[in-house]
Design a protein around this ligand. Sequence first.
Ligand code: ZN
Length: 272
Amino acid sequence: MNSATEIKESPDGLWHKCDGCDELVFRQALERNLYICPSCGYYLPVPAEQRLNQIFSTNSWIDLFPDSAPQSLLESLDLADLVSQTVCPDLPERVIAAGEGEISGCSTILTVIHPLAPPQRLHFVTLLIAIRTALMKALPLIAVYSNDAVSKMIAADEPTAPELSFAEITYLSTEMAKLSETRLPQITVLTDANARSLSTRFPIGDIILVEDSNSSTGVSERQPPITDARRKAESRSVSLNGEAFVDHYVPREALPETLGNLLGFFAKTRGT
Ligand SMILES: [Zn+2]
């Protein structure tokens, strides 16, 4: 039935069941392998904080919320109650993480949404902080979202999961558009593309990457024709914000390098 809602982790957290082949994989081995199943190559969901560690070039990055959020901000925006919700109820993992760090020498803001957490007010607040910080510091913004087709299946099993309102999404989109006005790059990475259709309810950037285990390693220009055909088919179903096209399909292991190349490219064009 709905395999996504089955318990996929042992109570001691030592092993994890792969959705692709049902093999049990040791968590440590999975973490070392970027959450790619060593048996079948299936892309398992990567927890938000692990993503930040994977994508940022250095281990040190600034946690934008809640760790380094100023106390005055927490109080003035009444965010103290949200701090306790930053971790998934059933998992020791963050619902959403946002950090400032470096990718291939380029400073950037990176925010990652936990693939299995339904959208809630915490997402709105954290995304807003990420966007505002990018604006304030004139930095690029990279947002890593899970494909909605996957998270919707999970959300169906959640008893009370307050959704993001349309007004909140619109507000975030408007804020994000300010980055475009100042020519700051915004890159959206859509993950968990194992499902057929691609969609996200979160605001998307000017550039869309899709993490895809079937894409060729490293060089996205050399994709086989079949990928091109699929790309056309899939690009029609991406996003809630009207027309959007997938710019690149990238294998997980090549994501940091691809993002680094893009940031380097934008840094050059903005510098001239
Ligand atoms: Zn597997």
